[in-house]
Design a protein around this ligand. Structure first.
Ligand code: SAM
Length: 260
């Protein structure tokens, strides 16, 4: 049946995504820097600067598809450095144990290691083994496009957030400027798989990453999906109705929603 076929495809995608990240886990941070020329760091900084975790007091955060802990570390550093907050906590959740192991290893070198501020859990964004109405902040960075059902991810995000809690997503998006778009296409379809071959001996995984970026819904469609899940997207960003903020002309984009 149509539905049977769909299930097989979804399972295949989930397994394939797991495989992709198992292959790249140990080289993930290096590859991220090489492919984006370090720019992913600036985008992640912007993402956290916009969220200001800790400003209104300590927050309980869930960082989904958290991988090697880039977002978690920035949240904790921001809260501590800006607001002297050492009570904010982040749970890093990821489907891939190898990525989590890299994150754990990395946190061992930080002051957060062995404190209640950080924890790592294996889990699926589409079916969170977490209580409802529990978190103040849900973050997902460069992760949602790898999931088989975006609506499932969003409805789980809505469920686990407390009323008034914030959903925040950083993801590759649609480049709107035609000149920038041509340069970006050239770069992503030729340079990135080539870097994948040279640095990680794994062209296919990086080819997949580029293709998954192309298939992800553009800004306005994704904002609508966030609203369909029950969130309010009326923020102060420049995107329609304040729902999103483009970074580098839409190469990446921040979307936010608040649970009503
Ligand atoms: N957030 C990190 C960052 O920005 O550096 C990691 C991003 S990495 C591109 C995507 C992550 O999504 C991988 O670690 C992968 O294992 C994870 N992932 C893919 N599908 C997932 C799912 N269904 N549930 C949870 N994590 C998932």
């Amino acid at each position: 049946t149509h539905f049977g076929f769909q299930t097989i495809l979804e399972e295949q995608k989930e397994n394939m995504v797991k495989g992709v990240f198992s292959n790249v886990a140990s080289k993930y941070d290096l590859m991220n820097d090489a492919m984006s020329l370090g720019v992913h760091r600036l985008w992640k900084d912007d993402f956290i600067d916009e969220l200001k975790p800790g400003k209104k007091g300590p927050v309980k955060c869930l960082d989904v598809a958290g991988g090697t802990g880039d977002i978690a570390l920035r949240i904790l550093d921001h809260a501590r450095e800006t607001y002297a907050d050492r009570e904010t906590t982040v749970e890093v959740l990821d489907i891939n144990p190898e990525m989590l192991a890299e994150g754990y290893k990395r946190f061992k070198k930080t002051m957060y290691h062995n404190t209640p501020q950080i924890s790592f859990t294996e889990g699926n964004a589409q079916k969170l083994d977490k209580p409802s109405n529990h978190f103040d902040l849900y973050t997902i960075a460069f992760g949602i496009r790898n999931c088989t059902s975006i609506p499932d991810v969003l409805s789980e995000a809505y469920r686990v957030l407390k009323p008034g809690g914030t959903f925040a997503c950083l993801e590759f998006s649609k480049v709107t400027n035609p000149v920038l778009s041509t340069v970006y296409d050239q770069y992503s379809f030729s340079v990135i798989p080539l870097l994948g071959t040279i640095l990680a001996s794994d062209r296919a995984s990086y080819q997949y990453l580029v293709e998954s970026i192309r298939k992800f819904p553009p800004q306005e469609d994704f904002a609508r999906m966030i609203r369909d899940a029950g969130f309010s997207t009326g923020g102060d960003f420049e995107g329609k109705g304040g729902a999103w903020m483009d970074l580098w002309g839409g190469v990446a984009c921040i979307h936010r929603g608040v649970k009503l």
